[in-house]
Design a protein around this ligand. Structure first.
Ligand code: AMP
Ligand code: ZN
Length: 484
């Protein structure tokens, strides 16, 4: 077996690109903060998992044995990051008069549907927070004496007990910083955070467990420290999440990891738990449809209902570097779909060809360009152009060409050889005609034209237009019709 290849990744801890140097030779262990399952994910959330998927696929492409864990947050995430407000799941359950477990199940399944639709690979494990309560209590007990203090409302982590708190956010414990408003009475420092939240006297929560600090539920940050450490071992290689987590959630995880590692005599580099912390930038939308609390927000299902294949959204994500902000627009999604169509059409020319090893020197520059781009902090925008250049190249052995394209698409996950032109046709759910009806009308129109009955042919065209079908004679991509 050949040695895994060189790869550079941007580490948010140092704010520098760094060569990937695995803790266990030949392996890559990755933890990604998963969704809080109190509502549907919006497409911005899904950008975080497309990014984690590209990271995982790239590590596999470079020859590392990947172990990827994504958690499901079904407890502890409050409506306010500063330890105030309600548990998001308790609140959703009360609003919908349903049990928390039903709410969590429903939205976990909805999230998995989006994962599948976006061709995001299954991680080695989905770790569900409520399955790890006992381990969370154990972890909390280990660090409680040296690093925590108890208030009426719960057990709090004292951020002054660890070195360099907040270095990931480039903030310090004295820094009030964004979102660090002191909302809990009695906290020693504004940045101190809950490890365990006690159920207030006289109240009953749907989710509560006994603990040395009374009945209650874990703080949100605890679950990720516990599950990442248990499932991947400290230190592991890479921890991912959206850029918002760089400010509070991940600094707090790091503080817990430091406390745990020091208590257990683990000599983890800088005790951060993970060597590399990576963050995807946000998907934004001008009118604010990316906030789950705004009521109406952009879900993948809405894109599908409007007729877009979900992989057009994956393409849209790949066209931007994961560290750049990406603005969502319907025009942008349409352009991504057209680009995907072109690639699928080019790939279809090889549909009957058996793939084989791309050993011909003519293919090398394409493969090298792709490899260099993806190995440079997951440069998907340039990697996509390398793939397009390869799709356009002529006079090469078709089997080898197919082999090279398949290897690249194993990283990009666009399913180029499985998609058909028809799959990518825009099909709004609200369309007034079925595809069979459209095809039938077009066949009648073709017959009318063959009989030189242009009046009948135009009438059919107008009828179709009135029902939202645009007939595209002579379309260079051969689409024949589209739904508006
Ligand atoms: P949540 O379900 O709110 O815990 O978020 C799930 C993931 O989505 C986290 O990694 C967030 O950092 C990330 N995220 C939230 N909003 C956006 C956005 N607009 N664009 C990209 N990632 C986001
Ligand atoms: Zn997390």
């Amino acid at each position: 077996m050949t040695e895994p290849g060189q790869l550079t990744l941007f580490n948010s801890l140092t704010r520098q690109p760094e060569p990937f140097d695995p803790v266990h030779p030949g392996e890559a262990r990755v933890y990604s903060c998963g969704p809080t399952v109190y509502n549907y994910p919006h497409i911005g959330n899904m950008r975080a998992y497309v990014f984690a998927d590209i990271l995982g696929r790239t590590l596999s492409f470079k020859g590392y044995k990947l172990t990827h864990v994504i958690n499901i947050t079904d407890v502890g995430h409050l409506t306010d990051d500063a330890d105030a407000g309600e548990d998001k799941l308790e609140k959703a359950a009360a609003q919908n008069a349903q049990s928390i477990w039903d709410i969590a199940k429903h939205y976990t399944e909805a999230y998995w549907d989006d994962v599948k639709a976006l061709n995001i690979r299954q991680p080695a494990q989905w770790s569900v927070a409520t399955d790890y309560i006992a381990q969370m209590l154990e972890f909390a007990q280990e660090i409680a004496d040296k690093h925590c203090y108890e208030l009426d409302s719960g057990l709090y982590f004292d951020v002054s007990t660890v070195d360099d708190y907040g270095r990931l956010a480039r903030a310090s414990s004295d820094d009030e910083g964004e979102g660090r408003i002191e909302t809990v009475e009695g906290k020693r420092h504004a940045a101190d955070f809950a490890i365990w939240r006690k159920t207030p006297p006289g109240e009953k929560r749907q989710m509560e467990w006994d603990s040395p600090w009374g009945k209650g539920a874990p703080g949100w940050h605890l679950e990720c420290s516990v599950m990442s450490g248990k499932l991947l071992g400290f230190p592991f290689d890479i921890h991912t999440g959206g850029i918002d987590h760089r400010e509070i959630h991940h600094p707090n995880e790091i503080a817990q990891n430091q406390a745990f590692c020091c208590t257990n005599g683990l000599d983890v580099p800088a005790n951060s738990g993970a060597r590399i912390w990576m963050h995807n930038n946000f998907l934004v939308e001008r009118s604010g449809k990316m906030s789950k609390s705004s009521g109406e927000f952009l879900r993948l299902q809405l894109l599908i209902d409007k007729g877009y294949h979900p992989l057009a959204y994956r393409m849209m994500c790949l066209q931007a570097h994961y560290r750049s902000e990406l603005e969502f627009s319907w025009e942008g999604l349409g352009a991504a779909l057209t680009r995907l169509k072109r690639m699928v059409l080019a790939a279809q020319k090889l549909s009957d060809v058996q793939a084989c090893d791309p050993v011909h020197p003519k293919l090398a520059p394409f493969i090298e360009k792709f490899d260099a781009a993806i190995s440079d902090d997951l440069g998907t925008p340039i990697a996509l152009t390398a793939l397009e250049d390869l799709l356009a190249v002529k006079k090469v052995d078709p089997g080898q060409k197919r082999g090279a394209i398949a290897a690249m698409d194993a990283v990009m996950g666009l399913n180029l050889f499985d998609l058909s032109r028809e799959d990518l046709r825009i099909r709004p759910r609200a369309a007034q005609l079925t595809e069979a009806e459209i095809e039938d009308a077009l066949a009648r129109r073709k017959a009318a034209r063959a009989n030189k009955d242009f009046a009948a042919s135009d009438a059919i065209r107008d009828e179709l237009a009135a029902k939202g079908v645009d007939v595209m004679d002579g379309d260079p991509m051969g689409w024949e019709w589209k739904l508006d």
